[in-house]
Design a protein around this ligand. Structure first.
Ligand SMILES: [Zn+2]
Length: 277
């Protein structure tokens, strides 16, 4: 039985959800803004749902979910406690202002790909999309926050409207770390490799499933050092920075998802920015 629905709001102007002086026995923390991962804690043995969709919960009662990059509606979290009863609360992500980024000098065949590769690009995008929908338990390490996977200079931020060689593209859903070819890339948290391959736009590409719907990906690598199905631990070497695929210079494009929801990995890192070179 749900005892109380705390607040449901359609207002998009709240900067973040205010702390509530109430007796709900669960918490949700994180950046609490558009395109960020939220971390929940409920009594062990609870059942949790997000907008009516059941969420995986660890033995210790921890759960996660993502706020969409352009989400303007609140997310409703419902927790049913093991001994009966429950609570609901809604969380409105703070609104973000995204940049416009112009990128010139890209290989033109990656901005307007030739007709003979459109089927390949679509197939690769579908493979990635489906892999991100996997719902595995993982080790729970994702709840400890992420390390930056490589050193470097932040050269691209999440959510920017991209104009590549003058052509408007979809937003930039990741962060870019510029560093020389060959710079080591390390797993930012424990996980299992779900894709490792050479893709047309993404170049040397690796996808790691961290469990609970959270995945991270690594683009434009010069070398990939892990295989599909391989378990990796936080800090393990997984590849090298490169300039393969749609790239103007050597950099790592690092992306994060909660299932199909695009997230800004820089909002889940333990340090605000990568180590400088
Ligand atoms: Zn990028």
């Amino acid at each position: 039985m749900i005892s109380r629905r705390a607040f449901v709001t359609g207002l998009a102007v709240l900067p973040a959800w205010p702390a509530l002086a109430d007796d709900a026995r669960f918490t949700v923390t994180g950046a609490m803004e558009q395109g960020s991962l939220a971390l929940g804690q409920a009594p062990a043995g609870s059942r949790v749902a997000l907008d009516g969709r059941p969420l995986r919960i660890t033995a210790a009662g921890r759960f996660v979910f993502g706020f969409g990059p352009n989400q303007t509606a609140a997310s409703l979290v419902t927790v049913r406690y093991p001994e009966g009863g429950g609570d609901s609360r809604s969380y409105m992500p703070a609104k973000r202002q995204y940049d416009i980024q112009r990128v010139d000098g890209l290989p033109q065949n990656t901005v307007t790909p030739p007709a003979e590769v459109t089927a390949r690009i679509a197939r690769e995008a579908e493979t990635i999309y489906l892999a991100r929908l996997e719902d595995t338990a993982g080790s729970g390490d994702v709840l400890n926050g992420f390390d930056w996977p490589a050193p470097g200079t932040l050269s691209g931020v999440f959510g920017s409207q991209r104009i590549d060689n003058g052509v408007p593209m979809s937003p930039h859903y990741g962060v870019d770390m510029a560093a020389p070819v060959g710079t080591p890339i390390h797993a930012p948290a424990d996980g299992t490799v779900s894709i490792s391959g050479d893709y047309y736009l993404d170049g040397g590409f690796t996808l790691i499933d961290h469990g609970q719907g959270v995945s991270t990906s690594y683009l434009h690598q010069s070398r990939r050092l892990v295989k599909k199905g391989q378990r990796v631990t936080r800090g393990e070497l997984i590849g090298h920075i490169g300039q393969t695929g749609r790239a103007t210079g050597p950099h790592l494009h690092w992306a994060m998802n909660w299932f199909e929801v695009r997230l800004d990995p820089s909002r889940s890192t333990r340090a605000p920015r990568p180590q400088p070179l």
